[in-house]
Ligand binder design. Structure first.
Ligand code: ZN
Length: 99
């Protein structure tokens, strides 16, 4: 189920600020894998980000994911999803997100 891989990947890459949300989602998915799909997960995540008053970069991070589903873009350089080789932090260290 590729959707699950995307969700697992996003959860792993979230900042510690989202810890409580990640724990809750992980718990729900353990009970029922159909609890979330990409759209509902990112929508929930955005609401939670606002509620938790996480930092602006974190909110932007979530918004980017909401816009760009990982399957949609793929980096030819590092083989990771979620960005293209034009924005690859490995290929272009100067473009790596700060903080
Ligand atoms: Zn890359």
């Amino acid at each position: 189920m590729p959707e699950m891989a995307n969700i697992a990947w996003l959860l792993q890459n979230l900042k510690p600020e989202f810890g409580p949300f990640v724990a809750q989602v992980t718990q729900s998915l353990r009970v029922d894998l159909q609890t979330y799909n990409w759209e509902s997960l990112t929508a929930n995540l955005l609401n939670e980000a606002k509620r938790l008053k996480v930092s602006k970069p974190s909110i932007q991070y979530v918004k980017n994911w909401k816009k760009n589903k990982p399957t949609a873009i793929f980096c030819k350089y590092c083989k990771l999803r979620g960005h293209t080789d034009n924005n690859c932090a490995f290929l272009h260290p100067e473009k790596a997100p700060k903080g």
